[in-house]
Structures are given as structure tokens and as C-alpha cells.
Design a protein around this ligand. Structure first.
Ligand code: ATP
Length: 320
């Protein structure tokens, strides 16, 4: 292939810019032309497409968000939308596409693949909930953002002998809660992948106090329930001076960590390698510390995401 394009879609994630930069720079290095599509699939269908040059991605590696913007565009789930998108790509003479995004964005990439259009998916979501990879672009930055907040909350929780319920993002996945919870020394981590019993949560808080703990930090994944509801339910078992912090969209922003930038760079460059060889229908991942490519149809239709639940047990053993 000689001419390719890149878009970002769904929820933005820190490191998306680093991935776009890698696609652009590697494509130019290989003597290819590269185009950027604004606003995800919405821009694809509308033909909001422009050529990207070396300097367009200058100063981008450190910036959070995505300079190609992102959008939610449900119309792309229809065949009509998908065919219009392919028509636009053909109009610009673009032979292959890199899609950076989460689960929904991957569904779009899958649809293009099924229509025979060479597409490669790069996992970009702070939720880390995509099959075919251990880690997604943006996850490391997000957990470090949560960790920074947990460290701060710990200071005030200790001073007032309080229980803090910290609600974190992740949609239906517990990855953010697990990794931030373990690294932040949270006493309890509540995730959708593990049943929990509120009476047990309360007992553990009491036991912690008896051991001389000055605070309790509970990291709650949003996929379980919201923080205020959790506090209400906990109150039925006693008054633990609970305070709720909902971290919200701060988790989506910020300059990407070194790890996210490196991962994004590896994924972006590897995607170009495949497209140069004329290969599409793939999604990239990092599994056991190795960058891998898998068939996007198999991965999405047969694979499923599973967080590292060993961290859950580890936390129970070392943090209460
Ligand atoms: P995040 O997980 O970070 O929110 P995401 O990629 O899962 O990211 P979605 O809003 O679910 O975010 O999906 C992004 C876009 O992908 C949608 O707005 C739509 O344009 C496209 N998309 C979603 N589902 C499908 C589908 N089944 N077929 C084709 N395209 C889809």
C-alpha cells in the first residue's frame, strides 16, 4: 500500500496522539502517504479527511486527548454508514485504515474488514477492556492519575479517621480499580468481576480500625454501582464516616506516561508495517510483553477481556 489513513474513535485516551504520530512518521519513513480523519467514523462518512505531514504531528507525543478529535457516531453500525465510509476512503485513493479506539471502535473496524476493506485496530481506551491485549493505550496514564488522587485522599482520610469510597472509571471492567487499588494500597477493591458482600466490607473496616488503621480506602469500579449508592448501602451496616469521591473525567486526560507513549509508538509503527505489506483485518495487542497481531474477526467474536484478577487476591492478602 502507498496511501493509508488513521482515525481515533470513542472515548479519548492519553497516548492516542503518540499513536497517530507513530503511524504518520513510520508511514513517511516507509515512503507512504498518510491521511488523518477528523471526528472518528462521523468524519469518515462526511469526508473530513486531510493529508498529514511530518510537522502535523510535531509536539504531539506529550499531549493528552486526540488532535484528530473523537466522536460517537451510532450510524456507523449500519451497513449504509459503513459503505459510505468506504466510498470516501476510495475517493481519496486511501487503501488501508488504522482505527485507534475502544470496543465500539473495534466493531467499526470489524465491519470494514467484513466489507473487504483493509483495516487495523489499535487498542486505545483507559478502560483496558479490549480482547486480544493485556494493555490498551491510555490505561497506564489513567491508573497513575487515580494513584495520585488516592495518595492525596489517604492524607486526609488518615487525619480524620475516615472511610473513603473512591469511584473510578472502567465501564464494565475492573482493571482501573485493580491496578490503582493495589498500587495505592487500598484496603478494599470492589470490581464487577468479583461478587462482594456489604456485611463483609463493613466487618473488614471494623477489623482494620481494631488493628489501629486510621483510614479505609475502598476503590470502587463504576461497573459495580455508583459511589453514593455504595455509601448508602454501607451505612445500613454502621456509620463509618464514609466520604465519596468520584474521580470522573480527570482519568481521561493528562500527558501520557512513558509506558503509554512507548506502547502507542510500537502499535502505530507495527500497524504501518502490516498495511505496507497489504495486510488488514488485524488488531494489535501486547501479550506477555510482546507486540502481537491477531485476526480482528476471531478476536472480537471469540475472545473476551479478562482483567488480572490475581491482583484482587493479592490485595486481600496484603492490604487490610
Ligand atoms: P470507549 O470504550 O473508550 O468508550 P469505544 O470505542 O468503545 O471507546 P463507542 O462509543 O462504544 O466507544 O464506539 C465508538 C464508535 O464506534 C461509535 O460511535 C460508532 O461510530 C462505532 N461503532 C460502535 N459500535 C459499532 C458497531 N457495532 N458497528 C460499527 N461501528 C460501531
Amino acid at each position: 500500500m502507498k496511501r493509508i489513513a488513521v482515525l481515533t474513535s470513542g472515548g479519548d485516551a492519553p497516548g492516542m496522539n503518540a499513536a497517530i504520530r507513530a503511524v504518520v512518521r513510520k508511514a513517511l519513513y516507509e515512503g507512504m502517504e498518510v491521511f488523518g480523519i477528523n471526528y472518528g467514523y462521523a468524519g469518515l462518512v462526511a469526508g473530513d479527511i486531510r493529508q498529514l505531514h511530518h510537522n502535523d504531528v510535531g509536539d504531539m507525543i506529550s499531549r493528552g486527548g486526540t488532535f484528530l478529535y473523537s466522536a460517537r457516531y451510532p450510524e456507523f453500525a449500519t451497513e449504509e454508514g459503513q459503505l459510505k465510509g468506504i466510498e470516501q476512503l476510495k475517493k481519496f485513493g486511501i487503501e488501508g485504515l488504522v482505527v485507534i479506539g475502544g470496543d465500539g471502535s473495534y466493531r467499526g473496524a470489524l465491519a470494514l474488514t467484513k466489507h473487504g476493506y483493509p483495516t487495523i485496530g489499535l487498542p486505545g481506551t483507559i478502560d483496558n477492556d479490549i480482547p486480544g491485549t493485556d494493555f490498551c493505550i491510555g490505561f497506564d496514564t489513567a491508573i497513575n492519575t487515580v494513584l495520585d488522587s488516592l495518595d492525596k485522599i489517604r492524607d486526609t482520610a488518615t487525619s480524620h479517621v475516615r472511610t473513603f469510597i473512591v469511584e473510578v472509571m472502567g465501564r464494565n471492567a475492573g482493571d482501573i480499580a485493580l491496578w490503582a487499588g493495589v498500587s495505592g494500597g487500598a484496603e478494599q477493591i470492589i470490581i464487577p468481576e468479583k461478587e462482594f458482600d456489604m456485611a463483609e466490607v463493613a466487618t473488614k473496616i471494623t477489623e482494620g480500625r481494631e488493628k489501629g488503621k486510621k483510614h479505609t480506602i475502598i476503590v470502587l469500579a463504576e461497573g459495580v454501582m455508583n459511589g453514593n449508592k455504595f455509601a448508602e448501602e454501607l451505612y445500613k451496616f454502621g456509620d463509618y464516616h464514609a466520604r465519596v469521591t468520584v474521580l470522573g473525567h480527570v482519568q481521561r486526560g493528562g500527558s501520557p506516561t512513558a509506558r503509554d507513549r512507548v506502547l502507542a509508538s510500537q502499535f502505530g509503527a507495527r500497524a504501518v508495517d502490516y498495511l505496507k505489506e497489504g495486510k488488514g483485518g488485524l488488531c494489535l495487542g501486547i501479550v506477555n510483553n510482546e507486540i502481537i497481531a491477531s485476526d480482528i474477526i476471531d478476536t472480537l467474536e471469540k475472545g473476551s477481556h479478562r482483567p488480572n484478577v490475581a491482583l484482587y487476591k493479592l490485595n486481600q492478602e496484603i492490604s487490610n
